[in-house]
Design a binder for this molecule. Structure first.
Ligand code: ADP
Ligand code: MG
Length: 489
């Protein structure tokens, strides 16, 4: 690495992360990079991994480089074995990566055994401890057959015992495989114990370069002062939560004032409301008269409409979301789709019901179509947000491993987005049970029709019974989705 400077573009001017950094590393040695937070260590690693180009100077690396990120960037829901196999994606075709070749699987298993995880091959990475996840990340890096292994703070989040074990493992692997090892280490004692050579960065400058175990010759006299800090603004800070409480208190006080100013006594209106509520509760005689069978059929119809509408909407929403997601489809296609979706979502479900009653006539079909139309707009939004949310770390890391777009989708985006999908479909189902119960008011099927008749005829006790049935249905759907969510997450 010769005279390397790296500047990140910033809102005003640029942030110089590294300046005039110059060093060479002997093949097969272990170099530790130390320095305070923000001194440019991770930027240096990104340069060595060829994921950033220097603003000036040259970075020359002989051989293949594998990098272990500070935050690992594994796919949390995938197994240890699957994560290690991701290291092979760069040399496999898409078809091969759907069912990994036996030779690659055998290699991945051997690597996991070597790093001490032979007994956790099929454990999802999210169930592993920090030390175990670090071992998976090391095995994934080795799966790329590197000549140079870069490890950014491989032990920062581990207890001292685990940290020493991981450092020893890295050292042993270096010797076995004749790797050049470059680590970023916070702990100087660890650097002394394990590295051949220690570099120290400060505010982007290489300020020390020494053989481990020897005193430090300073390269440049005094370290430059840290780059400009943030200006702390003065004044009395009011916490956000306090402001929110004050705003709510103000709103309550104002509505109280409005009620006081309204003609007719508040007390009278309150008593009237209580009397009305009492009429919703049926007497025993009224209960005996209610046509339970008809109401049960209407309730089941309502649930069927909700389920059908939700499932169909999810099926339509999935490809739409893939088109709208920024990390899957180019923005010039996705952006117009998003705008149309925004307009689409502005239409309430009851309005969709009116439109479909006009188009296909009275009945449950119109209701189902209304629910499909309405929930499709929301599910598409939830889905593309899930796709985009899943992108970040793991998919980015897979790109670095050489995975193609479709490979990233199958191995990182899809498994990470799946629980979010399931969650939003369940949420939509709950919503649709409630929506389906009112669509009948405009003739689009379901129990809303009975509700409207009961209101029209002032059969308040029937209204009360229907509302109670709906509450039970919502509680049932809620328990079901709680149960389902626990199984998917
Ligand atoms: P370290 O790993 O030593 O903590 P980094 O290399 O992450 O330091 O960061 C060095 C400097 O570069 C910091 O001032 C940081 O804010 C800045 N920096 C790092 N990454 C970016 C980026 N992607 N864009 C802009 N500035 C960045
Ligand atoms: Mg860092």
């Amino acid at each position: 690495m010769v005279g390397v400077t790296l500047a990140y573009p910033a809102p005003r001017g640029s942030v110089v992360a590294l300046s005039g950094v110059d060093f060479a590393v002997a093949a097969g040695s272990h170099v530790a990079i130390t320095g305070p937070s923000g001194s440019g260590k991770s930027s240096l690693v990104a340069l060595l991994a060829n994921q950033l180009a220097p603003s000036s100077g040259r970075v020359e690396i002989a051989g293949r480089v594998a990098r272990i990120h500070q935050d690992l960037r594994l796919v949390p829901r995938a197994s240890a074995l699957a994560n290690v196999l991701h290291g092979a994606l760069g040399r496999l075709t898409f078809a091969q990566s759907l069912a990994f070749p036996a030779a690659e699987t055998a290699r991945a298993e051997a690597l996991l055994k070597r790093v001490g995880l032979g007994h956790r091959l099929h454990a999802p990475v999210k169930t592993l401890s920090g030390g175990e996840a670090q071992r998976v990340a090391i095995a994934r890096a080795l799966m790329q057959d590197p000549d140079v292994l870069l490890a950014d703070e491989p032990v920062a989040s581990l207890d001292p015992e685990n940290a020493a074990a991981i450092m020893t493992l890295l050292d042993d692997l270096r010797r076995e495989r004749n790797l050049t090892l470059i680590t970023v280490l916070h702990d100087l004692d660890l650097a002394e114990a394990h590295a051949d050579r220690i570099l120290r960065l400060q505010a982007g400058h290489l300020v020390a370069d020494r053989v481990a175990g020897e005193p430090a010759p300073l390269l440049r006299g005094a370290a430059p002062a840290a780059l400009g800090g943030m200006q702390q603004s003065g004044g009395l800070a009011v916490p956000g939560s306090l402001k929110a409480v004050a705003a709510i208190a103000l709103a309550v006080a104002m509505s109280w004032g409005v009620m006081q100013a309204t003609p007719g006594s508040t007390q009278g209106a309150f008593a009237e409301a209580l009397r009305f509520l009492a009429r919703l509760v049926p007497t025993a005689a009224q209960l005996a008269e209610i046509e339970w069978a008809a109401l049960a059929v209407a309730l089941l119809d309502t649930l069927r409409m909700a389920i059908l509408g939700t499932v169909a909407a999810a099926i339509f929403a999935l490809p739409l979301a893939a088109v709208a997601a920024r990390n899957i489809t180019p923005a010039w296609i996705g952006y117009p789709v998003r705008i149309v979706l925004n307009l689409w979502r502005a239409v309430p479900s009851i309005v969709w019901a009116l439109l479909f009653v006009a188009a296909v006539g009275l009945g449950a079909m119109a209701g189902v179509l209304a629910l499909v139309a309405y929930s499709m707009g929301y599910l598409t939004k939830f889905f593309y947000e899930a796709f985009e949310g899943a992108d970040s770390a793991a998919a980015g890391a897979l790109a670095e491993l050489g995975a193609s777009g479709p490979q990233r989708f199958v191995h990182a985006i899809w498994p990470v987005a799946l629980p979010a999908f399931a969650g939003s479909v369940l949420f939509m189902l709950e919503y649709n049970v409630r929506a389906a119960s009112v669509l009948g008011i405009v003739g689009a099927g379901g129990i809303g029709h009975d509700l409207k008749l009961a209101v029209d005829w002032s059969n308040w006790h029937v209204v009360g019974v229907i509302l109670a049935l709906l509450a039970l249905a919502v509680i049932a759907v809620d328990s079901f989705s709680g149960w389902a969510r626990a199984r998917i997450a």
